[in-house]
Structures are given as C-alpha cells and as structure tokens.
Design a protein around this ligand. Structure first.
Ligand SMILES: Nc1ncnc2c1ncn2[C@@H]1O[C@H](COP(=O)(O)OP(=O)(O)O)[C@@H](O)[C@H]1O
Ligand code: SF4
Ligand SMILES: [Mg+2]
Length: 317
C-alpha cells in the first residue's frame, strides 16, 4: 500500500526534549531528557505504520509531538504539504480510554466536542453525526445520552475512537489502543480500527506492544530505541529478516515467529533501556548488544537503506 506520490506526513530531524529534575543531581539542578532524538520518517496516504520498542523508548512522545500535543524541540513536521499544525487533520487515540474521556460529559457531547470547538454545523447536526459515529464503532446511538462510567473498557475505547473521528481526520496516532483492554475484546477493537481505515481511507501511526498484532495490521514497521528509529521496513520483510540486533532480540521473544532462521536460539534481551538523560555514546544499544565492538561506542550509526526499502541503524549491517 506504499503509494507513490507525496507522503501525507513527513518528519525531518524531529527532537523532543524534556527539562526534568535530574536523578542524583543536587536539588534544583535540572537535566535534559531526550525522549525523541532525531527521527526522520515519511508515511504515505492510506498507510499503516506500526511502531514498536520497549517502554520508555519514546513512542508516545513521538506520536504526541506529531499531533502537536507537544511542541517539537527541533525538526520539521510536514503534514499534507504544510508545516502548520493541523488539529483537525491529525487525531490521537489513547491507551487509557477512561482517562481520556471527560466523566461529566455525555457520550454525545464528548464525540461532537471537536466539531463544536471548530463551530462545525448546528447542535442538532452535530448530535446526528455523533449518532452515526456511534453506529460506525459498533455502539447503540441511544447511548449518546449516557456517561462514560456506564460503559465497559472496550466500549469506552470505541467512544474514544468515535471522538477521534468526528473532526474528520486523515491521520490518527493509535497509541497502544488495546493494551488496557481485556484480551477477549482486543481483536474486536482492532477490527473496528481496520474497518474505519478502509471506509475513511485513514492513515495510521499504530503504536503497540503486541508484535504479532503489529505485523498483522501494519504495512511497514518502525522499531524505536532510546528516542531513535533503529529499523524501518515493510512488515513482512522486518519479521522475516530483522537486521538490527535490537529488532532481532525483540522478535525472538515471540514464541511463534521468533526463530526466523532455523537453528536460531532465543536471544534474551537483558537489562533495561538506559536512561534517556544519559544515553550511551555512539550506538545507544551497545550496552545490551551481543555484537558490540569498541567502534560502536564512538560512532552513531545512521539509519541506512541496506536493502530496498529496508533501513537499519547498525554499524554491522
Ligand atoms: N511529559 C514528560 N515529561 C518528562 N519526561 C517525559 C514526559 N513524557 C515522557 N517522558 C519520558 O520520555 C521517555 C519516553 O517516554 P514515552 O514517549 O512515554 O515512551 P514509550 O511510549 O515508548 O513508552 C521516558 O523516559 C519518559 O519517562
Ligand atoms: S552499532 Fe554496534 S552496538 Fe549498535 S546494534 Fe550495531 S553492533 Fe550492536
Ligand atoms: Mg507509550
């Protein structure tokens, strides 16, 4: 689905740093936490780009910065050819559907709020639209009068999806949209997102922990480590032929698909992600990489296209 033509979203050298109180620093002293540290990425219209990586690698920060919930520290975000923030065209679906819904508003008001903010249509046409969206996410339109606490987790996430859709976005960041849900209903919510992608021609940045689901839903997959993309490839290619040692370790933890080469043993990813306040020099993965050499502490490996459409940031590949 990698359509030719201008990408819908293009980001260049994107950085998002946070000023935080430094761990172990004298009180009052502040440090810089590099949550996203130089990401280049293009996403085509209609494409679903999956984004994986351990907790704390900067996935949510990247998603939030793209939809301008955060101001970028540096770099460019070009959406539909323009560097201007596009609050209607880009929306976000959050991991915790309850925290993202105002408990004192009716579901109808929650869903139509983005339209009300932009002064779109009359109150009755907005409610009409809310009813239609409720139907599209598989809920009863009569539920528009109810409040978020009256719904189950899966239903709340459907409400969150309906709200994200109401402003008519082209691009949606789905930030672990099923991680907080019961396993039994996760697939249903993924199906809703896939159906909506088809009917509205949506483009997704899909962040998730579940590597099997990401493989299923994505056209391409990006792997993040400590604020940077370390690998980017079409989904099937990445799962069949992971080139970066970090991706290899991540995939080898999946029972069914981890042994991508016969005889390959499970690689145990030891230790935690280092602090983004004090990342290792050179290749940030070197403290956990079984192939690390002295050169890896000196050079920052660039993300290079070693095979067609397959990019990896490792000095060995
Ligand atoms: N608002 C914030 N202020 C300070 N630090 C933050 C903020 N949001 C995220 N971080 C830090 O940025 C890093 C990346 O976080 P995040 O983007 O949430 O990663 P992920 O979504 O991959 O788990 C983490 O070290 C996290 O603690
Ligand atoms: S650059 Fe070195 S440390 Fe980094 S992933 Fe490649 S081999 Fe490992
Ligand atoms: Mg996150």
């Amino acid at each position: 689905m990698n359509a030719a033509g201008a990408p819908l979203l293009k980001i260049l050298g994107l950085k998002k740093y946070f000023r935080v109180r430094g761990k172990g620093f004298f009180s009052g002293e502040r440090g810089v936490l590099k949550a996203v540290d130089g990401v280049d990425l293009s996403i085509s219209r209609g494409e679903t780009l999956g984004l994986v990586g351990e907790s704390g690698c900067g996935k949510s920060t990247l998603g939030r910065t793209i939809v301008r919930l955060y101001e970028p520290t540096e770099g460019e975000i070009i959406f539909d050819g323009s560097p201007e923030p596009n609050r209607r065209g880009t929306q976000m679906i959050f991991q915790d559907p309850y925290a993202s819904l105002n408990p004192r508003m009716t579901v109808g008001d929650i869903i139509s709020e983005p339209l009300a903010i932009h002064g779109t249509g009359s109150a009755s046409s907005r409610l009409e639209r809310a009813h239609e969206l409720l139907r599209q996410v598989g809920l009863n339109p009569d539920h528009a009068m109810r409040y978020p606490h009256e719904f189950s987790g899966g239903q709340r996430q459907r409400i969150g999806i309906a709200r994200a859709l109401s402003a008519g976005p082209e691009f949606i960041v789905c930030d672990e949209p099923i991680s907080a849900l019961d396993v039994s209903i996760q697939a249903q919510v993924v199906n809703v997102l896939e159906d909506l992608r088809e009917s509205y021609g949506l483009t997704y940045l899909f962040i998730a922990h579940d590597l099997s689901m990401i493989r299923h839903i994505s056209d391409r997959v990006g792997v993040m480590y400590l604020g940077r993309l370390v690998e980017l490839a079409p989904a099937e290619e990445l799962y069949r032929n992971p080139r970066h040692p970090y991706t290899q370790a991540l995939l080898s933890s999946i029972p069914k698909i981890g042994r991508w080469k016969t005889g390959t043993k499970r690689i145990v990813l030891e230790g935690d992600v280092p602090s983004p306040m004090d990342p290792p020099s050179g290749c940030a993965f070197r403290t956990r990489c079984r192939y690390a050499s002295p050169r890896c502490s000196e050079e920052l490996p660039p993300l290079v296209e070693g095979a067609p459409d397959h990019h990896a940031a490792c000095l060995l590949v």
